[in-house]
Design a protein around this ligand. Structure first.
Ligand SMILES: N[C@@H](CCC(=O)N[C@@H](CS)C(=O)NCC(=O)O)C(=O)O
Length: 291
């Protein structure tokens, strides 16, 4: 690894496969499939291909919230995509998401399957399909979509910027960590000021804006992202703390967080979800138990 301050970019960038840090095995400068692999298909109308990262959790929380409201059309099979092993580059996955990132959804409820990729698009698609969690009056809907798209634009600074340089980069680069810590603290303050005036991001009701923002900024506020709670003084954002805790108490959120999870307590890991009863019978502690 060269000294960051001594690096002079060459005239033309070339791909140094040995220099990618933690994600060297999956990062590539080209798109498309690397291998042929069909995706599995289960019995439910909705097929989700995902992993329990913050982006993945948004969708399993949304589906569990829909089911909790009695929308049986939201029954889903959740299949695990191990991105560390490059499964997002299989031909079947690329056909559902040409961007090769989880989460990806296939709606097979109609005569022709509909693919949806990008977590924000999936949340809107589901909210419109079932008529919930996206307000219908013009002003509140505008507020909801504003915060939804705020998340899409902001979280890459948190994940790809701050999280990458603070937790994953092969060396600690002060300039990069400082730059992104400043931006992430500004973002937390943006949320904190909004949540000082409003119970939830769009107003008095819980919406897809909260479902999108919570796995990233709620996780950060509770110190579960990048182990950076103390570094960023997250306890100072009292309104974000109040909001994050209220959402964490929702039973659908607690279930959604478990789906496609491959780390943490074995009892919190439900690698695949094909039925509501799986939460009680198919977590890793139960599957690993003898007899
Ligand atoms: N903007 C996308 C981001 C999705 C994303 O970055 N997914 C990550 C996991 S959190 C991924 O699949 N990474 C695999 C890769 O980059 O190859 C969304 O919101 O759906």
């Amino acid at each position: 690894m060269s000294d960051a301050s001594a690096y002079t970019p060459p005239k033309v960038w070339t791909w140094d496969k040995e220099n990618g840090g933690k994600f060297a095995n999956i990062n590539r400068p080209v798109a498309g499939a690397t291998h042929d692999k069909e995706l599995p298909v289960g019995r439910h109308p909705l097929q989700l291909y995902s992993l329990a990262t913050p982006n993945g959790v948004k969708i399993t929380v949304m589906l569990e919230e829909l089911l909790a409201l009695g929308h049986s059309g939201a029954e889903y099979d959740a299949w695990l995509i191990r991105i560390g092993e490059g499964e997002q580059f299989g031909s079947g996955f690329v056909a559902v998401n040409p961007n090769s990132k989880i989460p990806a959804l296939l709606d097979r409820s109609g005569p022709t399957p509909i693919r949806v990729f990008e977590s924000g698009a999936i949340l809107m698609y589901l909210a419109e399909k079932f008529g919930v969690f996206l307000p219908t009056d013009t002003a509140t809907r505008a507020e909801c979509l504003s915060w939804l798209f705020w998340q899409m634009g902001s979280a890459p600074y948190l994940g790809g910027g701050f999280g990458h340089f603070y937790a994953y980069a092969p060396s600690k680069i002060e300039y990069a960590i400082d730059r992104f810590a400043m931006e992430v603290k500004r973002q937390l303050d943006v949320l904190d000021r909004r949540l000082a005036d409003s119970l939830y991001l769009a107003g008095k009701d819980y919406t897809i804006a909260d479902i999108a923002v919570w796995p990233w900024y709620g996780g950060l506020a509770k110190g579960v992202l990048y182990g950076a709670g103390e570094f960023l003084s997250v306890q100072d954002y009292a309104n974000v703390q109040r909001w994050a805790e209220a959402i964490a108490r929702r039973p659908a959120v607690q279930r959604g967080r478990m789906v496609n999870r491959v780390s943490g307590e074995l009892s919190s890991q439900l690698h695949e979800r094909h039925d509501a009863s799986d939460f009680g019978t198919k977590t890793q502690d139960k599957l690993a138990a003898p007899g």
